[in-house]
Design a protein around this ligand. Structure first.
Ligand SMILES: *Cc1c(COP(=O)(O)O)cnc(C)c1O
Length: 401
């Protein structure tokens, strides 16, 4: 057996099969490229679902992590540490907000947003105890905890995990009338992805996010934008909401915030909203730890230059122009997305998204299918134009058969 086959067989024997990875075993990575255990190189066109916006082994991020590793890595929140205030101040500033509540994974930040909205509903809005409702969109992806899968519409994510957490209403994504009808005086928040990533990089109709913003403001409801995948440069702006000039009440951030080095997530909001917490009411042992803060501070500094947003805009324009040409042909049904982020619906006649992904892998390009025959393209924002073009050539090659 090859070292690839041995590693895969061993992983399958000793790990839960809650994923179905492509048959590649990565041993090292640099920038937009990964190398497997047999020395083959692959162009990473997934970037860890946007967790690797700044590429593998980014010098600035690795240096920041290494320097912090030598000083102090974990204190717990029982004590202050000297990176915490800076991290919260800078992140709030980047978001145009006032306060930060740090966690680790995206799902934890979404849970935090849900708890915050409920508490705000009872303490500030005056919703009767136990009655708070949060409106979410169909085909959402917000994570994998029991509460979050309770408001998923994906049977694979939900089935066998009940009983489900109540208190959520699901409306079709992109439909303002449905949203308006679902709101009652007990609605405390609308939680949405400004672009639905897992659903296939679905961009809502123009005016939708602005409409959600207006409606939530009028009805005293919090607009929570889950920018875990769409945020931090991916779409060409710091936040995908910016494309519609929308500022939500709360950003939920994760993935790229940890620079591909450590898990870092956060809820960022106003003092009126995050000010509802008192000591002991919520927390996390690892949330806001010194190593996480040091890496995230470097991420924030990199985003402040606008360089990565600019790259995503320029390279994204090129990506969508090239994919647009393909969309005119037989092989590609539709292309969606913004910036360096695209969902490509391949004609089912050419195979499932999984089969297309495997063929791309054989040509040295790594992507991930979403549902059916859709593949997602989201390379690190540091990818060169030449590499992006090479990746697109491989896609054209696969589509040509
Ligand atoms: C990935 C993702 C999450 C969950 O993040 P984890 O770190 O995997 O828990 C939540 N929301 C969105 C939009 C995501 O893309």
């Amino acid at each position: 057996m090859s070292s690839t086959d041995t590693a895969i067989a061993s992983a399958e024997a000793h790990s839960a099969h809650n994923y179905h990875p492509l048959p590649v075993v990565v041993a090292s990575a640099d920038g937009a490229w990964m190398t497997d255990v047999e020395g083959r190189r692959y162009l990473d066109m997934l970037a860890g679902y946007s967790a690797l916006n700044f590429g593998h082994g980014n010098r600035r991020l690795i240096d920041a992590a290494r320097a912090q590793l030598e000083r102090v890595t974990l204190t717990s929140r029982a004590f202050h540490h000297d990176r915490f205030a800076d991290f919260c101040t800078r992140l709030a500033e980047l978001c145009g907000m006032e306060m930060v509540l740090p966690m680790n994974t995206g799902a934890e930040a979404v849970e935090t947003a849900v708890k915050t909205a409920r508490k705000w509903g009872y303490r500030v809005k005056g919703v009767p105890d136990g009655m708070a409702k949060i409106i979410v969109a169909a085909d959402n992806f917000h994570g994998r905890t029991t509460t979050i899968v309770s408001f998923s519409t994906d049977q694979e994510a939900r089935a066998d995990f009940g009983p489900y957490t109540p208190g959520f209403e699901i409306v079709p994504y992109g439909d303002l009338t449905a949203l308006s009808e679902a709101m009652t005086e007990n609605t405390v928040a609308v939680l949405m992805e400004p672009i639905q990533g897992e659903a296939g990089v679905l961009v809502p109709p123009p005016g939708y996010l602005a409409g959600v913003r207006e409606m939530t403001r009028e009805r005293d409801v919090l607009f929570i934008a889950d920018e875990i995948q769409s945020g931090l440069g991916r779409t060409g702006r710091t936040f995908a909401c910016e494309h519609e000039g929308v500022v939500p009440d709360m950003y939920v951030l994760g993935k790229a915030l940890g620079g591909g080095v450590v898990p870092v997530s956060a809820v960022v909001s106003s003092a009126a909203v995050l000010g509802v917490y008192r000591p002991g009411e919520h927390g996390s042992t690892f949330g806001g730890n010194p190593l996480a803060c040091a890496v995230a501070l470097e991420v924030i500094a990199m985003l402040r230059t606008g360089e990565f947003q600019q790259r995503a805009t320029e390279l994204g324009g090129h990506l969508h122009a090239e994919l647009g040409l393909l969309a005119g042909g037989e092989a590609v049904r539709a292309v969606r997305g913004r910036g360096l982020w695209a969902g490509v619906d391949i004609s089912p006649a050419l195979g499932t998204g999984r089969e297309i992904s495997e063929k791309l892998m054989e040509r040295g390009v790594l992507v991930k299918d979403t549902h059916g025959s859709t593949i997602r393209i989201a390379p690190p924002l540091v990818i060169s134009k030449e590499d992006l073009d090479w990746g697109l050539d491989q896609l054209r090659g696969v589509l040509a058969g």
